[in-house]
Design a protein around this ligand. Structure first.
Ligand code: NAD
Ligand code: WQD
Length: 341
C-alpha cells in the first residue's frame, strides 16, 4: 500500500520540491500550508510536473481543529514539518511572532501525532545551530554555536523539543535535518524560491537584481579571513536537498533509533564573490554589486561534512552550484514571462 506523507509548509520553497520528489517516488502526499509565504498556484505546478495532485488543506499548523481533520482523514505514515517563518532580520524585530509560530506550530503537530499514533517526524533544522563554527567542515557532532537571532533560537529549541518528545514517547522516531544553504529551482522552471517580501538570502536577492527590481547587490564584507575576503557557505541545489527528504523518509519508516540527525549540504564551500561570478558566467548577464560592511551575526565560513548522510541515507548530491544558479535564473525568466501574460 502507498504511504501517506503529511508535509506542513509543502507549498514553500523546499516543501514544494520535496512534494514533487515524494510523488515521483510513489508516495501519497497531503499538505497543510497557510500561504503566508507561498502561492496557491504552486499546487497546479506540482501537478503539471508530476501528473499527480496532492491533497491540500489551507490553514495554520497551530489550528487544532484543522489538524484533527487532517489526521482523521488520512492514514499518515510520517510528517515532514517544514512550516515555519524563516526571515532572520524579521525575527529580530518580531521575536514573539517567530517563537509563537515556530514553536507552537511544532507542539501542535507533535500533539496531533501523539493522539493519532503517527510515529515518524522529519524536522527542518538548519546549519544556523552551529553558529560561527571553529572547525570545518561541520559534522553532526560539531558543538552547537552561539546563535545570534530569534529565528536560529527557534530551530535549536525545536530540536530540543523533539528530542525530549521522542525520549518520552516510546515508539516515536524523529530525524532532524540540518540544511545548509538551499538554492536553485526545479528544472521545469515552474517552482523555485519566490519570497513574498524583500529577500534577505543571497540568491533571491541576486535574482531581484537580475530582474532589475533592485539596482545592485551589496556584498556584506570582503575583509573576512577567507581566500577572497567574502564569506563562505555550502550552497546545495534544492532538488538535491528535496531528495534528501525522500531518503530520510525511507530511513525513518524502518529505523530502530528514536532520533537521528543529519547534515544536508554538499560538503563544498563557495564564497559570496565566487557565487556572484558564477551567476554572471553561467547566465551570461551582468550583475552590478558593491562591497558593503559586514552583516551583523554572519559566520565567516560554514560548510558541511555530509559523510553521515552519505553512509546512512545514501545521500549523494548530483548538482553543482553552477547548475543551481542556472536553474534559479531559468525560474526567474519563466516567472517574469508568466507574469506578463
Ligand atoms: P518557505 O517560507 O518557502 O516555506 C515555508 C512554508 O510554510 C510556506 O509555504 C509558508 O506559507 C508555510 N507556513 C509558514 N508558517 C505556517 C503556519 N503557521 N502554518 C502553515 N503553513 C505555514 O521556507 P523554506 O525555505 O521552504 O523553508 C522550509 C523550512 O526549512 C523552514 O522550517 C525553514 O526554517 C527551514 N530552513 C530553511 C532554510 C533556507 O535557507 N531556505 C535553511 C535552513 C532551514
Ligand atoms: C549567504 C551569504 C551573507 C545577502 C541564512 C540563515 C540560516 C539559513 C539560511 C534559513 C552570507 C551574504 C547575503 C546579500 C550578501 N536559514 N550576502 N549580500 O546567512 O548563510 O543563512 O539563510 O532559513 O539560518 O541564517 O544565508 O543567503 O542570508 O547569506 O553578501 O544581500 O551571502 O553575508 O555570507 P546565511 P544568506
Amino acid at each position: 500500500m502507498k504511504k501517506m506523507i503529511l508535509t506542513t509548509g509543502g507549498l514553500g520553497f523546499i516543501g514544494s520540491h520535496t512534494v514533487v520528489d515524494l510523488l515521483n517516488e510513489g508516495y501519497d502526499v497531503c499538505i497543510i500550508d497557510n500561504l503566508s509565504n507561498s502561492h496557491i498556484e504552486v499546487l497546479s505546478y506540482i501537478q503539471q510536473i508530476t501528473g499527480k495532485m496532492p491533497k491540500f488543506y489551507q490553514g495554520d499548523v497551530r489550528d487544532n481543529a484543522l489538524l484533527e481533520k487532517v489526521f482523521s482523514e488520512n492514514d499518515i505514515s510520517a510528517v515532514i514539518h517544514f512550516a515555519a517563518l524563516k526571515a532572520v532580520a524579521e525575527s529580530v524585530v518580531k521575536p514573539l511572532l517567530y517563537y509563537e509560530v515556530n514553536i507552537d506550530g511544532t507542539i501542535a503537530i507533535l500533539k496531533a501525532m501523539q493522539k493519532h499514533h503517527v510515529h515518524n517526524i522529519i524536522f527542518s533544522s538548519s546549519a544556523t545551530v552551529y553558529g560561527d563554527p571553529k572547525v570545518l567542515p561541520c559534522t553532526e557532532d560539531t558543538p552547537i554555536g552561539e546563535i545570534k537571532n530569534p529565528y536560529g533560537e527557534t530551530k535549536l529549541i525545536n530540536e530540543m523539543l523533539i528530542k525530549d518528545f521522542v525520549k518520552a514517547n516510546e515508539g516515536m522516531h524523529a530525524i532532524l535535518l540540518r540544511y545548509f544553504n538551499p538554492i536553485g529551482a526545479h528544472a521545469s522552471g515552474l517552482i523555485g524560491e519566490d519570497p513574498k517580501d524583500i529577500p534577505n538570502n543571497l540568491v533571491p536577492y541576486i535574482l531581484r537584481v537580475a530582474a532589475k527590481k533592485i539596482d545592485h547587490l551589496t556584498v556584506f564584507g570582503d575583509d573576512y579571513d577567507t581566500p577572497d575576503g567574502s564569506c563562505i557557505r555550502d550552497y546545495i541545489h534544492v532538488c538535491d536537498l528535496a531528495h534528501g527528504h525522500v531518503l530520510a523518509i525511507k530511513k525513518i519508516l524502518t529505523i530502530e533509533e528514536p532520533l537521528k540527525i543529519y547534515n544536508l549540504g554538499t560538503g563544498k564551500g563557495t564564497s559570496v564573490l565566487e557565487l556572484v561570478n558564477a551567476f554572471k558566467k553561467v547566465n551570461h548577464i551582468d550583475l552590478p554589486y558593491v562591497i558593503g560592511p559586514r552583516r551583523a551575526g554572519d559566520a565567516t565560513a560554514s560548510y558541511a561534512s555530509i559523510d553521515l548522510a552519505q553512509k546512512e541515507l545514501g545521500f549523494a548530491p548530483k548538482f553543482s552550484v553552477e547548475d543551481a544558479l542556472k536553474d534559479a535564473y531559468h525560474f526567474l525568466i519563466k516567472h517574469e514571462e508568466g507574469s506578463k501574460n
